[in-house]
Design a protein around this ligand. Structure first.
Ligand SMILES: [Zn+2]
Length: 601
């Protein structure tokens, strides 16, 4: 962050080389080295074999394998780029931007990536094989204008449900891509006027900064945008993408009644419709400049869609069960489904766990689910301290949620605690927990979150739509909690316009322009534990870009305000892992060639 960018957290740039790229998933830093090895026992005291299998599957996706070689002076090293594990070929040095070595990898057939048997392929008009689930369909709809994206996609196979440690790393067969604009805003470093970003064929950032410092290896694809700014791809820290399509179908009503109607709408949808909704939800995020999302849901459709679209995000799988007498059944069914969904984790797709909310989850189930999530190494997300009705349920065992429990034969517990204290009492809080909403949070509650290192997902429009009030964003930031902004679902607010959320959050928290932008970039990445991967532009991080028009002749003093005032209509292009997943109409005329926008600029 530059001197003119007064973020609250001033951690410096921590560059990682493209060589630090891992072909398989790499989990949040907070998980590394934290998994316990002791066996988990089932209800009869026997070792739970399913648990061990799930743990093996997930932990391999979340923990980096040992790094073998130091590559540069930054102290970063990684697996060999495009080489088999244990191979001897050297990876190019990139720290000095040695242009002789920044050449497109030849991509010999012998190193071709293993093909995913579960994905269909077809031939494009030029005879090239393409991924039929992605570019053909999306290009038809104008979502994916870049035809050569298919090459990148095929170079990123994921290991879905297989032993990820045994999968071969992908071959590097694509092109370098260089994006230039009036401003490049790395977030974690000073903005660069007349800047550029170079992405390697595997979709990682190689270089970023003033254009003259960013090389252009032979064969590089150039994109140049005038009156524009290049930001890191935005991060939406709270969505329910399986609900896509349900916008406008629920009336304004008291929150407990709204929840009841939402459940009925969800149950009326077929599994196929939910899968379609999840995929469309991800594509809609791309149209808003969002490249990484943190989603909660109970269908499993979103993690499947993330994997199928080679997208980026965490899918927290929800568990429900307010009746403590049903603890074993609720937990067992959820844990089994979590294991199934582990097949989709890998690459940039992560699985998480979500005990839903205090009005749908009993205290014992909270405890059990949180312990299980930690034992298998997945992060947690919880809806908490959202509505006054939820607070009333836990404080006095009364209110609308309590009445509904009584109707179902469940006795409310007058715990006489706040929702956040309730989480703490049941062992849920920790640095691996994302607390969604936190509207009904006292100063004491925020102190608890700070003490446990938990993060906050702030959803200002959703909170207001349901009449919950405003979350104490200023106090949350003053406590130095990790916080990002999320939209919640289209059933609450539509469309999922993250930049609209930022504008409200800025007013609410009386934030500077840079602080507001941070809530959907670096701050959001920290909130979900992915700050080493996304949220800023630096060598080694993913090549996720959101390119916006900001108007001509924006100078350094005006830049922050121009960025904080951006709307989704200002988006020109969204790049995910070096793939152009969305381009504004008129900006995709020459998808294969060097390109300037506006044409002639
Ligand atoms: Zn939500």
């Amino acid at each position: 962050m530059g001197a003119d960018a007064p973020h609250r957290d001033r951690d410096g740039l921590r560059p990682r080389l493209a060589g630090a790229r891992r072909p398989q998933g790499r989990g949040p830093a907070r998980h590394r080295g934290r998994c316990r090895r002791e066996p988990v026992l089932d209800s009869r005291g026997r070792q739970d074999r399913n648990h061990q299998r799930l743990r093996r599957c997930l932990v391999r996706g979340l923990h980096p394998r040992p790094r073998r070689r130091r590559l540069d002076g930054h102290g970063c090293a990684g697996t060999d780029h495009g080489q088999r594990p244990g191979g001897t070929a050297r990876r190019p040095r990139l720290d000095g931007y040695d242009e002789r070595r920044l050449r497109t990898a030849p991509g010999p057939r012998g190193l071709a990536a293993p093909r995913r048997p579960d994905l269909c392929r077809s031939r494009s008009s030029d005879g090239r094989e393409v991924h039929s689930l992605l570019p053909a369909r999306l290009v038809d709809r104008g979502v994916l204008p870049s035809r050569n994206r298919a090459q990148g996609i095929l170079s990123h196979p994921q290991s879905l449900g297989r032993d990820q440690s045994a999968a071969e790393p992908p071959a590097v067969t694509g092109r370098y891509r260089r994006y230039a604009a009036d401003w490049v805003v790395p977030i974690a470093a000073a903005p660069a006027h007349a800047g550029a970003v170079l992405l390697d064929p595997a979709g990682r950032i190689v270089a970023v900064g003033p254009s003259e410092t960013v090389p252009a290896p032979p064969g590089t694809l150039h994109r140049s945008f005038s009156a524009a700014a290049i930001l890191p791809g935005l991060i939406n820290v709270h969505t329910h993408l399986e609900l896509t399509g349900l916008e406008g179908q629920l009336p304004d009503e008291e929150f407990p009644e709204w929840v009841r109607h939402l459940v009925a709408l969800k149950r009326a949808r077929s599994p196929a419709a939910v899968r379609t909704a999840a995929r469309k939800g991800i594509e809609d995020c791309w149209r808003m400049g969002v490249t990484t999302l943190a989603d909660t849901g109970d269908s499993g459709a979103v993690i499947e869609a993330l994997a199928g679209l080679e997208a980026s995000g965490i899918a927290y799988h929800e568990v429900f069960g307010p009746d403590p007498r049903m603890l074993e059944e609720s937990f067992a069914a959820w844990a089994a489904r979590l294991e199934e969904l582990g097949q989709f984790a890998g690459g940039r797709v992560r699985l998480g766990a979500s005990p839903h909310a205090p009005f749908t989850v009993s205290g014992p189930l909270y405890r059990r689910a949180a312990a299980h999530a930690r034992s298998v190494g997945v992060p947690l997300a919880v809806h908490i301290a959202e509505s006054p009705a939820e607070t009333e349920l836990l404080a006095t065992g009364s209110g609308e949620f309590a009445r509904r429990w009584v109707e179902r034969g469940i006795e409310p517990v007058a715990a006489r605690v706040t929702p956040i204290r309730w989480l703490e009492q049941h062992g849920v809080l920790g640095p691996d927990v994302l607390c969604i909403h936190c509207v009904q949070a006292s100063d004491e509650d925020l102190g608890r979150l700070a003490a446990h290192g938990s993060a906050v997902a702030h959803c200002p429009r959703s909170n207001r739509r349901h009449g919950h009030g405003d979350a104490p964003l200023q106090a949350i930031l003053d406590r130095r909690l990790r916080v990002g902004v999320g939209t919640d679902s289209v059933a609450s607010v539509a469309p999922l316009d993250l930049l609209a959320e930022v504008r409200i959050a800025r007013q609410l928290g009386r934030l500077s322009a840079w602080e507001a932008v941070d809530l959907v970039t670096r701050g959001a990445a920290r909130a979900i534990g992915l700050e080493d991967e996304v949220g800023s532009l630096a060598p080694g991080r993913w090549g996720d870009l959101a390119i916006f028009t900001i108007g001509p002749q924006v100078d350094q003093r005006q830049l922050a305000e121009a960025l904080a005032a951006l709307g989704s209509g200002d988006l020109l292009c969204t790049v995910l892992s070096g793939r152009e997943v969305w381009m504004a109409p008129g900006a995709a005329d020459r998808p294969e060639g060097d390109y300037h926008f506006p044409p002639g600029s």
